[in-house]
Design a protein around this ligand. Structure first.
Ligand code: ATP
Length: 594
């Protein structure tokens, strides 16, 4: 099968030597695993549940640094993740709302080299769709594909860059036998084309379809490493199913590991001598062997690989992510309904809640003026928070995978702000315009209107950034939903609207400093001149209120705007940090010393 780019880069050679991996909470998961994978091989990793197949796969892909022992790519340390490596985890790594072809065009935009023309991107997408038998589904939304088609679609995204190695975690799980066999045939033809393909599986038939089987024992040791045809014979059983039983009982065919260890010795030793492997990981127990003549590439396979491709720049990533995010938003009817429906509903409730004329200087209603300001502030906060909360947690696996392919977190977070802020500004403008038209706001000039609008948008922006942070921190949408009341309650209680800040306890006042709603409330109050209205208006309720709120609305709104902007930037920076940490999670990017 031709690669999408028409080139045939050499497949990756992988050596794993006496690899031991520990996982926090699970202890030692892999023990002294030694595996040798040649370019263009189709390797199947099998073993019982929890044996460590995924951990081994991630280690082979270079996504998990070795605790002990070494993983070598072309004889050197694995390089940073990039488009030369395809990794298909068990989770979905494609957005579901757009048609398959368009989804892959966006995926290609992030993965393919700088300067790739739109025509070349389309041609690459068409080629992978054809090679995976998905051309007839090009216009179908990803969510409408069958399970097998979705797996192939995920593989298609990984093939766009013509990777040298493809790693797949249980690609055939959940597929019927015919579809699973078809996927394995596709992977085999990729391997025949030169790509190194490694997959984990629980499907018995898959074990016989690879070139090489690595069977892990429940203790995470290599129970068997060799040709599939010899697997049953090695354990003296008749069926592959029986191999699982034999391995569970502790059967290990003699010599399976040591043969591989000897063949690895030369490559490993030469890598050590060239500084690719830390001295501490040397295995002194294995006797010295003569080093074969095969040349060893010292670092990250530099000599064997095509010239590294320039990563797509931050601005281009931001632009592409913004376009994709907007398209995804508009294709998801539920999100459109929430985006449009919640402001309309809240505006309608506000319109029937407040009486007209509360700001009339000749006959003001000071209590209502404070409440109107608070609920505008809270409305703006609520829009921002709800829009932000589901933005990231619903697509974390996609983000993680794209980060490995070169996506930067900064442009990603910036794109979220770019997409959502105009929607929030429109919702805030609608809220203010309706309240103004219904005489629930003072009949003041444009400068007051502008001040209210800026305060509302900054309140929404801070809440959006808080929502993004919460969305990045949780693990699933269910947790994000639980965050909504948790984040809203303190914003109501400590805003200073119901209990004025000067009347709070010292602890309450300290907490109120951290509430964006407090600063939005004070900015809105300052913008409409609440202090003057209460002091100079003809209501006798004004002075007592002024006494309670004291100088809450005395400062210029600009002071509060600065604080709201500071909160927004701080929340965005924290979102960035959380996402970088989550994406890195176990991946050691500095394996080449960088
Ligand atoms: N993030 C994690 N936190 C805690 N334990 C983990 C984590 N990842 C893996 N483990 C543990 O490490 C062991 C090996 O996990 P791994 O996912 O590699 O197994 P597996 O063979 O792929 O299992 P399965 O076939 O069920 O997917 C298991 O005991 C698992 O519980």
């Amino acid at each position: 099968m031709p690669t999408p780019t028409g080139l045939r880069p050499p497949g990756l050679r992988i050596h794993v030597r006496r690899l031991t991996q520990r996982v926090r909470g699970a202890g030692r998961v892999l023990r002294e695993v030694t595996v040798d994978i040649a370019p263009g091989q189709l390797v199947v990793i099998a073993g019982s549940s929890g044996a460590g197949k995924t951990v081994l796969l991630e280690s082979l892909a270079g996504l998990r640094a070795a605790d002990e022992g070494a993983v070598l790519h072309d004889g050197g340390r694995p390089g940073a993740p990039g488009p030369e490596f395809g990794f298909v985890p068990q989770e979905d790594i494609l957005h579901r709302d757009l048609p398959l072809h368009r989804t892959l065009v966006y995926a290609a935009g992030l993965r393919m080299p700088v300067g790739t023309s739109a025509a070349a991107v389309t041609a690459a997408v068409d080629r992978v769709l054809t090679s995976l038998g998905l051309s007839h589904r090009a216009g179908t939304p990803v969510r409408a594909l069958s399970g097998g088609e979705r797996k192939r679609a995920a593989v298609a995204a990984e093939l766009l860059t013509g990777p040298r190695a493809l790693f797949l975690d249980e690609p055939t799980s959940g597929l019927d036998p015919v579809t699973g066999a078809a996927l394995l045939r596709t992977l085999r033809s990729l391997a025949e084309d030169g790509t190194t393909v490694v997959l984990t599986t629980h499907v018995l038939a898959d074990l016989l379809r690879g070139d090489h089987v690595v069977f892990l024992s429940p203790e995470g040791e290599v129970a068997y490493a060799g040709e599939p045809g010899d697997l049953c014979g090695a354990f003296g059983v008749d069926t592959v199913e029986d191999v699982y039983g034999a391995v569970a009982e502790g059967a290990v065919p003699a010599g399976a590991v040591s043969e591989a260890a000897v063949s690895e010795r030369a490559v490993f030793e030469r890598a050590v001598s060239q500084g690719a492997v830390p001295e501490g990981t040397r295995d002194e127990s294995v006797p010295d062997e003569p080093v074969p003549e095969e040349p060893v590439v010292p670092r990250a396979g530099a000599a064997a690989r095509p010239v590294p491709r320039q990563r797509v720049g931050a601005v281009r990533q931001w632009s592409l992510l913004t376009r994709r995010g907007t398209a995804l938003l508009l294709h998801n009817r539920l999100s459109v309904a929430v985006l449009a429906g919640s402001p309309v509903m809240i505006v309608a409730m506000f319109a029937v809640l407040f009486r007209a004329g509360a700001f009339e200087p000749a006959d003001p209603d000071p209590g209502s003026t404070a409440m109107i300001m608070f609920w505008i502030a809270f409305g703006a906060f609520f829009f921002g928070l709800t829009y932000g909360l589901l933005q990231i947690c619903t697509e974390l696996p996609v983000l993680r995978r794209e980060w490995l392919a070169g996506l930067r977190i900064g442009p990603y977070v910036a794109s979220k702000l770019t997409i959502m802020l105009p929607v929030l500004a429109a919702a805030d403008a609608l809220l203010l315009a309706v309240l103004r038209a219904l005489d629930r706001l003072p009949a003041a000039g444009w400068d007051t209107c502008l001040s209210l609008f800026v305060s509302s948008v900054l309140a929404s922006a801070a809440a959006l950034a808080l929502g993004l942070l919460a969305s990045a921190a949780v693990t699933d949408p269910g947790q994000a939903t639980l965050m909504l009341p948790l984040l809203c309650f303190p914003q109501v209680l400590f805003s200073g609207a119901f209990v004025p800040v000067p009347r709070m306890t010292a602890a309450g006042e300290a907490i109120s400093w951290a509430m964006t709603n407090r600063w939005a409330f004070e900015a809105l109050g300052a913008g409409v001149g609440l202090e003057a209205l209460w002091r100079d208006g003809s209501s006798r309720l004004g002075p007592p209120l002024l006494d309670a709120y004291r100088d809450s609305f005395a400062g210029p709104a600009g002071h509060d705007w600065l604080i709201l902007t500071g909160f927004t930037l701080a929340f965005l920076a924290a979102t960035w940090a959380v996402l970088v940490r989550k994406c890195r999670g176990g991946v050691v990017r500095a394996r080449s010393g960088g």
